[in-house]
Design a protein around this ligand. Structure first.
Ligand code: PEP
Length: 262
């Protein structure tokens, strides 16, 4: 039984006051409704607002985890503009995204760099969400499973068995991110089942059955339930809809309900 996990990736949005307000609204409802008992929840503010959001989450305990959108794989040194795993931990983050499609396709990160980032996060004790997913051209060419398999195998090379409890995969078809287009629940389930088969071949049945695979790509409160009802979909990674408290909480509630129904 996998507990669903919903992450809110705020990307490069909000200001300090808006970040505090959003975190406070989320924490109030999650605590009042005990949602973290049914669903793990994390929010990923821009680096510079992590301390402000940490203050809110400390004042209003709710079980919401604090995350970062990226990290640099080295421990310290001449890496202008970058942030290490140790710095994230020092600022109160417990989870980090790696390989988000905007890092792969806008910034140009390679599978090899993403693997170094994932291992650095896990080695430092962070939980890591490794994001994978095919572009529209790759899907149209029938290469969805092949691309996801390559990104999984490359991204997870060298990850140790005892680190898998802190690993989550986010399957996010690039063509569905921020576009309002979704994979159908059936197409998403197919891709998730294939990801789980790859995880089985990498780590064995028991580990693969316990690793959560989130879906990401234009998830909203109105479409979350049908996606999360799929057997291999374990919650979601949410971009645009995570910036509105009501929408994000609707998605969290759909995930919590899915865990009771499965
Ligand atoms: C994302 O950025 O991971 C994402 C899924 O974005 P959106 O929900 O806006 O498609």
């Amino acid at each position: 039984m996998r507990k669903p996990f919903v992450g809110g990736n705020w990307k490069m949005n909000l200001d300090a006051a808006a970040a505090r307000t959003l975190a406070d609204e989320l924490a109030r409802t999650v605590a009042a409704d005990g949602l973290d008992g049914f669903c793990d929840i994390a929010i990923f503010p821009p680096f510079v607002y992590i301390p402000a959001v940490l203050g809110v989450l400390r004042d209003r305990p709710s079980g919401i985890m604090l995350g970062a959108q990226d990290l640099w794989p080295g421990p310290a040194g001449a890496f202008t503009g970058e942030v290490s795993a140790a710095m994230l931990i020092d600022c109160g983050a417990t989870v980090v995204l790696t390989g988000h499609s905007e890092r792969r396709h806008v910034i140009g990160e390679s599978d090899e760099l993403i693997n170094r980032k994932a291992r650095a996060g896990l080695d430092a004790g962070l939980s890591v969400i490794l994001c994978i997913g095919e572009t529209l051209d790759q899907r149209t060419a029938g290469r969805t499973n092949q691309v996801n398999e390559r990104q999984l195998r490359a991204g997870l090379a060298g990850v140790k068995p005892d680190q898998l409890v802190r690993l989550t995969i986010a399957y996010e078809p690039v063509w569905a991110i921020g576009t309002g287009k979704n994979a159908t629940p059936a197409d998403a389930q197919d891709a998730h089942a294939h990801c789980r088969a790859v995880l089985t071949s990498l780590f064995g049945n028991a580990a693969a059955a316990s690793i959560r695979v989130q879906y990401g790509g234009s998830v909203k409160a109105s479409n979350a339930a049908e996606l999360f009802a799929q057997p291999d979909i374990d919650g979601g990674l949410i971009g645009g809809a995570s910036l509105k408290a009501d929408e994000f909480l609707g998605i969290v509630k759909a995930a919590a309900a899915s865990s009771q129904a499965k």
